[in-house]
Design a protein around this ligand. Structure first.
Ligand code: NI
Length: 168
């Protein structure tokens, strides 16, 4: 397994719209394993393939305390949603920034597993929010897009400055 580089906002590659996965082969399996390793090392609770510069509809997620409940979501889509909830979100591509975002409270997710087998999950609370956050990544969207322009500009400047310092 290998750790992958996570793109940092405002990197334009985070705007890629991911394509559906059509081949359930070894390279998909290896990519999902590397993404899981990258997410656990970060540490984070979810990672979309777009965040490691692979524009495929693939997400890994683990909300468990013990970090032993890995979910691999291939071609995930929300087929039902209801209610609204406001939760503080963060993102591995937007390091050390946290902000409240309003999302659907409950969602029904349809996805495929790593072998292409379809399944559905009914989710609420953190899982529902996480699913929506990760599917946004597959559509080129980052959670700071929901914030005011002023807040977003401040975050962009801060992260650009940190990237420059890291390179210098
Ligand atoms: Ni994220």
């Amino acid at each position: 397994m290998a750790k992958l580089e996570i793109l940092t906002y405002p990197d334009s590659r985070l705007r890629q719209v991911a394509k559906p996965v059509t081949e359930f082969n070894d390279s998909l399996r290896i990519l999902s394993e590397n993404m899981a390793e990258t997410m656990y090392a970060a540490p984070g609770i979810g990672l979309a393939a777009v965040q490691v510069d692979v524009p495929l509809r693939l997400v890994v997620m683990d909300l468990s305390e013990e970090k032993d409940q890995l979910k691999v979501l291939v071609n995930p889509e929300i087929i039902h949603q209801e209610g609204t909830v406001c939760m503080q979100e963060g993102c591995l591509s937007v390091p050390e920034i946290y902000a409240d975002v309003e999302r659907a409270e409950k969602v029904t997710l349809r996805a495929q597993d790593i072998n292409g087998k379809a399944f559905e999950i009914e989710a609420d609370e953190l899982l529902a929010v996480c699913i929506q956050h990760e599917i946004d990544h597959l559509n080129g969207k980052v959670f700071v897009d929901y914030l005011s322009r002023m807040k977003r500009d401040r975050i962009r400047k801060k992260l650009l400055k940190e990237t420059r310092l890291a390179v210098a």
